[in-house]
Design a protein around this ligand. Structure first.
Ligand SMILES: NC(=O)C1=CN([C@@H]2O[C@H](COP(=O)(O)OP(=O)(O)OC[C@H]3O[C@@H](n4cnc5c(N)ncnc54)[C@H](O)[C@@H]3O)[C@@H](O)[C@H]2O)C=CC1
Ligand SMILES: O=C(O)C(=O)COP(=O)(O)O
Length: 528
């Protein structure tokens, strides 16, 4: 029985999708130990920011195939450990963009017009119109740090409200910034010039404590700071001190270094100018439906053996690419499997040559598929698209990709693998025909033409009369049925290669007998 654990509050629309393919257990508020104890039962895990999926948790997972984050940030998931274990991590990159952007804008407005304080005073019986005089956003300068999906929407709305928008994002070009009507600046200038600064970047080792007392001191004393991105980017002690010492006028914070925010956090003790919300950026009905459906569909698809559209840890392999390249990926995996079984030694280097039409496709998915095939004999079902590159790297396999747009031999191009091991080198190439069928077109540069089958025998032998007959008789003796045969050679009575498609696997004793025949240089049993 396929089982999915949902360990954070998820919209019912997502649960309904998961129940199409799995038993769904909803257990919210598990401690890390409780999660560790039960994760072994599950094929899928669906979370939001409340669940910490640590390496300890992932290590206890026995059959986990996918972690679905119903939202954007995956900083609560140990993605490197998941990748090593071949567990796919998916998220919903765009499902809560508007919700988070609108929350940041609401925070700016709340800060400017003292709405939380005025509301509190009204409910305490007050009517204080003088105390809560605010500021307008119109004609003020907004500094947006991180001009991705959320930051760019904030910039768009701020422009429409008549603000001047400046931005800092090392990965955004001037051209893109111009399209967004944002003037790029460096981070210090941005903090100096802005009346409002809003953060929309991820928490990474580089961005941790990015906003500390030094940067806060660069701000105008009238400036206000908003963080609806990630806790830990602002140093919370420094912010509390800056507000107490009137270094800046105000701040509005939705996310915290450690969540839930501790009761004794210095932020809770700030007396004025601070608005706090409990990580509400994505908490709209619309966003929760979007992310729940987006991620539940991906979990469902992956559990059915289909690709996911927003995989975090398979670079370059979206569902669209998987779909359009299906036969090419199959060929890459097949060639990887084939070369690993005929190489006979520890492969140290693999050249992946993409020729003709193959050179026009994105190469990364094809290389990953090749590596998956290459490592399948050694790792069985532990290897997948998620961990193939990492496993190859861990085994010291140097992967070299060569693109060659010209391919005189096949109109549709070809894919060639050259392996180099301590026992020498091997080369296999293949193509995809118009109807999507696969063809192996050369082995060790001997031209050959066969459709790969489940069981095969591959030999390199002297091209002399009688040798093929002897192999045929031996197979007959062991009751192994031959389905088809292909021979390739370059010169008469030189060396030749032979591929037999057979109905059954070759017993090791039979392989030994073939190898001991005169004129046989190599013999390998291949299973695809
Ligand atoms: N409060 C909440 O409930 C929510 C928070 N978020 C958080 O908001 C943040 C932004 O999300 P999206 O816009 O969807 O992501 P995104 O990936 O579209 O944009 C992030 C941007 O940050 C930029 N960036 C990376 N490092 C940077 C650095 N050192 N300095 C400046 N910019 C840098 C990137 O180039 C990228 O353009 C993420 O941390 C996400 O987890 C997202 C949704 C809801
Ligand atoms: O999507 C994100 O990155 C968020 O921070 C939203 O978090 P949540 O799903 O509300 O716990």
């Amino acid at each position: 029985m396929t089982k999915v654990l949902v360990s954070d509050p998820i919209d019912q629309a997502g649960i309904d999708i998961l129940t199409q393919v799995a038993q769904v257990d909803q257990k919210v508020g598990l401690s890390p130990d409780q999660l560790k104890n039960i994760i072994g039962e599950y094929d899928g895990l669906m979370i939001r920011s409340g669940t910490q999926v640590t390496s300890d948790v992932i290590s206890e997972a026995k059959k986990l195939r996918i972690i679905g984050r119903a939202g954007v940030g995956v900083d609560n998931v140990d993605v490197p450990t998941a990748t090593r274990k071949g567990v796919l991590v998916v998220n919903s990159p765009g499902g809560n963009t508007i919700a988070a952007a609108e929350h940041a804008l609401a925070m700016m407005l709340a800060l400017s017009r003292n709405i939380p304080q005025a509301n509190g005073s009204m409910f305490a019986g007050g009517w204080d119109r003088k105390k809560y005089v605010g500021n307008e956003l119109y004609k003020k300068t907004l500094g947006v740090v991180g001009l991705g999906k959320i930051g760019s929407h904030v910039a768009k709305v701020a422009n429409a409200m008549g603000m001047e928008v400046i931005g800092f994002d090392p990965f955004v070009s001037n051209e893109r910034a111009q399209q967004m009507q944002v003037r790029l600046s460096d981070i210090e200038e941005l903090f100096k010039e802005s009346d409002y600064v809003t953060l929309h970047l991820p928490r990474t080792p580089e961005t941790e404590n990015l906003v500390d007392i030094d940067l806060l001191r660069k701000m105008k004393p009238t400036a206000r700071l908003v963080n609806c991105a990630r806790g830990g980017i602002i140093n919370e002690n420094d912010l509390a001190n800056a507000l107490a010492e009137n270094v800046i006028q105000g701040a509005a914070i939705d996310v915290y270094a450690k969540e839930p925010l501790a009761e004794n956090s210095p932020l809770r003790a700030v007396k004025k100018g601070l608005v706090l919300t409990p990580h509400l950026g994505a908490s709209t009905v619309e966003a929760q439906q979007n992310v729940a459906i987006d991620v539940a569909e991906q979990i469902r698809d992956v559990l059915l053996g289909l690709p996911a559209r927003s995989a975090v840890n398979i670079p370059g392999l979206s569902a669209e690419i998987m779909d359009s390249l299906k036969p090419h990926l199959k060929l890459a995996e097949t060639l990887g499997l084939l070369v690993s079984q005929i190489s006979g030694g520890q492969i140290q280097k693999l050249e992946v040559r993409l020729q003709g039409e193959f050179a026009q496709h994105p190469s990364q998915p094809l290389v990953i598929a090749t590596l998956k095939g290459l490592l399948t004999s050694a790792l069985g079902d532990k290897i997948n698209y998620v961990n193939a590159s990492l496993e190859a790297k861990g085994r010291g396999i140097d992967v070299v990709e060569i693109k060659d747009e010209l391919c005189p031999e096949f109109a549709r191009g070809s894919l060639q693998l050259d392996s180099f091991s301590d026992k020498g080198g091997h080369s296999v190439s293949g193509t995809v025909f118009g109807d999507g069928d696969l063809g192996i077109t050369s082995i060790d540069e001997y031209p050959i033409n066969f459709v790969p089958s489940r069981h095969m025998l591959f030999t390199r032998h002297r091209d002399m009369p009688g040798i093929i007959g002897q192999i045929g008789s031996l197979l007959g003796k062991y009751n192994v049925n031959i389905a088809s045969m292909q021979v390739g050679r370059r010169i008469v009575r030189g060396e030749a290669v032979m591929v037999l498609s057979i109905d059954d696997p070759i017993p090791s004793e039979l392989l030994g007998s073939i190898l001991s025949m005169q004129g046989i240089n190599e013999a390998h049993s291949v299973t695809l």
